[in-house]
Structure formats: C-alpha cells, structure tokens
Design a protein around this ligand. Structure first.
Ligand code: NAP
Length: 266
C-alpha cells in the first residue's frame, strides 16, 4: 500500500514540498504519496489527529504551525528542542515524534552545494523567528567561530542568544563596525520587498550573503550583489531540509542536485 505524507500549513497552496517529495520518490523508487493539508489557524491538532488516524505516516509543517507541532509531539529530537519548533512529524510510531530539519538543510546547502565551509567563520544571522531559531544549534555544531543574532525586535534576538553559549544578540545598532564571512537573512523582509537595515561593511572580503526566502530576487540579495558580494536565495535550503525529512521517514537519502537545478530553472 502507498504510504501517505502531507505538508501542513496555512496557506499551503504555494508549497513546493509535494513536487520535491514526488521527485525524491521517483529517484529512490519509494512508494509514497505526498499531499497538502490546510487547517484553520486553530485546527492544527485536530487535522493531524485525523490524518494520523487515517493511516498518514508523516508530515512536514510550515507557517504558522511549527510551534503548534512542537507542542503536539510526545517525543522530540535534540535539534527540535533547541529550535523550539518542529517541521517534520513522524506519525507511524506509538508516540508522535518531532524533528526540525531547517537548520541542517541550511548547513548542507551552504557546505555541499555552495562550497561555503562554516568552521572558523564569523556568521551574522538576521531575524529571530522560527527559521532563525532552527539554525542556531546546527551553526554551532558546524564549529563557526562567532555567531551574532540581530533582529528588528532586539529583545527577541537577546532572548534567543541567551539560550545558547557563545552567541551575541541584539538590534541592528550592534552592527556599526562588525564584519562577517557569512550573512544569513532569516527575516521575512524579502517577502514584502524590504531590506533589513544592514550597513554594507558587514560583508568581509569573499563573504557570502544568503537569503532564506526562495524563488525571488530580494532587496537583500540585490544589496549584496551591488557591493560585490556573492549571493544565494534559500532554494537549496528548501530542498535539503526536505531531503533530511525524507531520510527520517524512509531511511534513505535522496539525490538533491538535479531537483535543485530544476527548481532554479537550470
Ligand atoms: P517568523 O517566525 O514569522 O519570523 C519573521 C522574522 O522576520 C522575525 O525575526 C521578524 O522580526 C523579521 N521581520 C519580518 N519583517 C521584517 C522587516 N520588514 N524587516 C526586518 N525584519 C523583519 O518567520 P520564519 O519562520 O522565521 O521565516 C522567516 C523567513 O524564512 C520566511 O521568509 C520564510 O519563507 C523563510 N524560510 C525559508 C526556509 C527554506 O527552506 N528556504 C525555511 C524556513 C523559513 P520581528 O521579530 O521584529 O517581527
């Protein structure tokens, strides 16, 4: 019988996950079906209960439900605990298990696809929402030399930084003379055509600018390129986080290069 998975979000119609997982299934020969679920904002638990009761094996979770998914799980991975958010649910065990693959997805895209080694690098993370929270522990695990978290609401960045050793957090005013090898934009600013207020001097020579927003040219990416800085959108993170979810569910790692290149229109 075909094993069933879904992505749960609201809205979720735009999600590329069904297409990506169908490609993974084709490449690996796994017999899975992957659809979409769009519960009302208060309807997350009931929707997952119903999907699980009907035999659903697992789910990805996107905005605005990653914290609801975190609360829903009876068991959590260390990285989901560190992120306080879940984007991958395993529903075919006695106890529902939650993981977070966003951070490792970003790290794999940086290291494997973009050739950006993280060990010993100075990293600036813009934003302190769900996506930023998921990235902190995997960045520390990758042995970055320094990690600074900056957010529009400075208190959120300070609170996030305080949960981890060795990282600093605050508002954009902290950036006056700081320099970084990697600047990750984990804010939603690009979705509304805005640029987080960063000075151009944050980019060290040879730095990489990475925007988690995918499929569009954001003001952040344009700003980086204008200052001669290499820039990448978040398409690779999207594909790599999906691959890690697939691995958690199916026990095998799907190839990602061809899918990434197809999504980029290459
Ligand atoms: P979220 O929890 O809603 O957090 C949004 C963050 O963006 C907050 O830190 C917020 O600051 C900041 N922000 C929003 N508008 C801003 C603006 N105009 N200027 C400066 N900062 C602004 O969202 P999220 O889950 O963290 O997601 C953030 C982005 O990452 C989204 O665009 C999402 O699509 C993307 N993402 C991509 C992937 C991928 O696989 N590529 C995975 C996850 C997320 P305040 O705290 O001050 O409101």
């Amino acid at each position: 019988m075909t094993d069933r998975y879904v992505v749960i979000g609201n809205p979720v119609g735009h999600s590329k996950s069904p297409w990506i997982h169908a490609e993974f299934a084709r490449a690996t020969g796994e017999d899975i079906e992957y659809g979409r679920l769009e519960p009302a904002p208060e309807g997350f638990d009931a929707a997952v209960d119903a999907f699980r009761t009907s035999g659903g094996r697992g789910a990805n979770v996107t905005l605005p439900f990653k914290q609801a998914a975190f609360r829903y799980c009876a068991e959590l991975s260390a990285r989901a605990r560190a992120a306080e958010a879940v984007n991958t649910l395993v529903l075919d065990r006695a106890a529902v298990y939650g993981d977070n693959t966003d951070g490792i997805g970003l790290v794999r895209d940086l290291q494997n696809n973009l050739g950006c080694a993280l060990e010993g690098r100075r990293v600036l993370l813009l934003g302190a929402g769900g996506a930023a929270q998921g990235v902190v522990q995997p960045m520390l695990d990758a042995a970055v030399a320094a990690l600074v978290v900056i957010n529009r609401t400075a208190a959120r960045a300070q609170a996030l930084a305080a949960r981890f050793p060795r990282i600093r957090g605050g508002g954009y005013d902290l950036l006056d003379d700081a320099v970084f090898d990697l600047v990750v934009n984990a804010t939603a600013a690009g979705l509304v055509g805005e640029l987080p207020p960063i000075p151009a001097q944050v980019f060290a020579r040879g730095a990489l600018a990475y925007d988690m927003v995918y499929g569009r040219d954001t003001p952040f990416l344009a700003f980086a390129r204008e200052h001669g800085v290499r820039a990448s959108d978040g398409t690779g993170m999207l594909v790599e986080q999906a691959a890690e979810s697939f691995f958690i569910w199916r026990g095998m790692r799907p190839p990602t290069r061809a899918i990434l290149s197809a999504l980029r229109g290459g």
